[in-house]
Design a protein around this ligand. Sequence first.
Ligand code: SF4
Length: 180
Amino acid sequence: MGSELIEKVMQAARDHEFECVGYAPTSKLVVRPEVRDMCAADKCHSYDRNWTCPPACGDIEFFQGEIDKRDHCVVFQSVGQMEDDFDLDVMFDTAEDHKDRIPDFIKEVREYVDDPLFLLMGACTICDECAYPDEPCRFPDLAMPSMEAAGLVVSDVCKAADIPYNHGPQTIAYSSCVLF
Ligand code: SF4
């Protein structure tokens, strides 16, 4: 049943137009405190500004525990082909495509996976301005932490899943994953 479920989730990711999909057992995922230190350095300007980011999303021990509860990790990527190295339009469009594909994929996976843990690309941007900290999250069923918030290095997760992190010159790839 485990392998059937893994293939079902991987196929669902392909059906939702994620161009590259891979699998890793969660035993291969390494939670690194230094990734959370990078969050705290606030280079992406989301630290302590978003419900899905540190410190609001939970500490690294929480994520280690959540990962340990699950056996499987399916990584799904949106990959864009750029005209040149500075093709901001394709970078932006690929990121938007990635975000747009996720809600329906989450809904589908939840139909047959018990308590999946989604770790997505970057901070949640569903709302123009996050409700944090004054009001509760407006879309708690869709707002998910990032891989980095969980202490994961995205390139390491891709390597564990045997898929490229970088798809070569003039490509851009955005990665997310679901654990179950
Ligand atoms: S859904 Fe809105 S309120 Fe909730 S984390 Fe995302 S941006 Fe913030």
